[in-house]
Design a protein around this ligand. Structure first.
Ligand SMILES: Cc1cc2nc3c(=O)[nH]c(=O)nc-3n(C[C@H](O)[C@H](O)[C@H](O)COP(=O)(O)OP(=O)(O)OC[C@H]3O[C@@H](n4cnc5c(N)ncnc54)[C@H](O)[C@@H]3O)c2cc1C
Length: 416
């Protein structure tokens, strides 16, 4: 069923009896050409593009819980392509372009809102670094604009410009960045993939791999064995645990990241604003809540909840740039499990086991990557070649010392 304004009017006049379920609830078949493990944003996007762009027709997505229950429904909804390094910028710009056409592609209202992303800077050295980043972005065809303090003040008068420790001297703006309703992304991709015949099987945990003579035969699951010619793993925070079942040890650690939402306030924040001297970022949801976050908790965990020291740290960051946030009451907070790679950049690659592919290491920036990650993973799964924007995302970069160290903090996952 196509969603449209006409359809809403028709349903409103006929008692809303014509709406069907957005996707089926099938039982698994004996085997598929391609199995995707993980029904998060990346797994569902991969399935959608496999069917819509690469002509694959026998696909299943296996999800141990429910669609949207992982990080895709837990993140702070920010999309952007403001990266510096060659290995990253073309990929994230490709992703932003896909976001721009996503709702038409999926026929689904994902509330893509290009309200802009503004990174504040607080020193001359930081301004120079942001100028360099903006130039790198523009060289790759992305948009970037360096603002001085007065220009920032005109857009965000509520910021504390004269903070003695972190005075705001300007910002790097990407106007095409913004926010997208996160769980609608999972639902939109699920509905579109299902309409092309992809079986989305919820409550189906992958518990092991069947591997014979170095080639994957299929997966063991809580619903029994399911055969496959190719298996793609896209389980984000569970990457290490799932790939260990195939005997692989990844250059990835699992860490907790928290998100926070305040009570609803009148419209105040025009886009996404990030603090440049600490880790704090904020936007305002359509319901009025301030949506904000900061650093990972800093220890390895699979718990989807965090601890109070980081709550304090994030709130201190908020108070440093917008003290009035101290008057708002915190309504909700939660945690998600991050797949932190050693250099803070992702991996989309084959493994040494024939027919087994991996997508992960998204750290806390994988939501904005969802469309490109799905497209590039589908490209790899279908053609066995990396997509041109994802050639740097290989396992062997750690062996070759060719890390994509966007933050410049070295091989320390907890610092990225
Ligand atoms: C608090 C928070 C804030 C964030 N903010 C942003 C942001 O503003 N911008 C941004 O770009 N990124 C952000 N991120 C990161 C982003 O959400 C993730 O990088 C991205 O969602 C990960 O990909 P995914 O959607 O496929 O993951 P998930 O939704 O976690 O999908 C993985 C799925 O695999 C399933 N799974 C695990 N093990 C198995 C198994 N054995 N069998 C079957 N299924 C299994 C899980 O149940 C899960 O549903 C944030 C993350 C968090 C937690």
């Amino acid at each position: 069923m196509r969603y449209s304004g006409f359809r809403i009017i028709k349903e409103a006049l006929t008692g809303h009896k014509g709406w069907g379920p957005a996707w089926r609830n099938p039982e698994p078949k004996k085997s598929y050409d391609i199995i995707i493990i993980g029904g998060g944003g990346h797994g569902l996007a991969t399935a959608h593009y496999l069917a819509s762009q690469f002509g694959e027709s026998s696909i299943a997505v296996l999800e141990k819980g429910w669609i949207g229950g992982g990080n895709v429904g837990r993140n702070t909804t920010i999309i952007r392509s403001n990266y510096l390094l060659d290995g990253n910028e073309p990929f994230y710009e490709f992703s932003l372009k896909l976001w721009e056409g996503l709702e038409q592609d999926l026929n689904y209202n994902a509330m893509v809102s290009q309200r802009g992303v503004l990174n504040l800077f607080h020193s001359d050295a930081q301004r120079d670094a942001y100028r360099r980043r903006g130039n790198a972005m523009m060289l790759h065809g992305a948009d970037a604009q360096l603002l001085d303090a007065d220009q920032v003040r005109a857009e965000c008068p509520f910021l504390d410009f004269d903070n003695a420790r972190f005075p705001i001297k300007g910002g790097l703006a990407q106007r095409r960045g913004g926010t997208v309703r996160h769980d609608a992304v999972a639902w939109g991709y699920a509905r579109a993939a299902d309409s092309r015949g992809v079986d989305i099987i919820q409550n189906c945990e992958v518990t092991g791999f069947r591997i014979k003579e170095g080639r994957v035969q299929g997966v063991e699951t809580s619903k029994g064995f399911i055969g496959a010619r190719k298996v793609g793993c896209a389980v984000a925070g569970s990457s290490g645990a799932v790939m260990a079942k195939a005997g692989l040890r990844l250059p990835i650690e699992s860490h907790v990241l928290q998100a926070f939402v305040s009570e609803g306030l009148k419209p105040l924040i025009p886009g996404v604003v990030t603090f440049g001297a600490g880790h704090f970022y904020v936007s305002q949801s359509d319901k009025g809540g301030l949506v904000f976050g900061g650093d990972i908790d800093g220890y390895n965990s699979y718990a989807q909840r965090g601890n109070l020291p980081v709550v304090e740290d994030v709130c201190e960051g908020g108070m440093a740039i917008m003290p009035m946030i101290g008057r708002a009451r915190l309504l909700r907070m939660w945690g998600g499990v991050m797949d932190m790679s050693m250099d803070g950049s992702p991996i989309i690659d084959r493994t040494d086991i024939k027919g087994l592919y991996f997508n992960g290491g998204w750290c806390y920036g994988g939501f904005k990557a969802t469309p490109a990650s799905g497209w590039c993973f589908a490209h790899l799964l279908s053609t066995d070649k990396p997509h041109e924007t994802a050639t740097a995302y290989r396992f062997d970069r750690f062996q070759r010392g060719a890390m994509i160290d966007e933050k410049g903090v070295g091989a320390q996952p907890n610092l990225h």
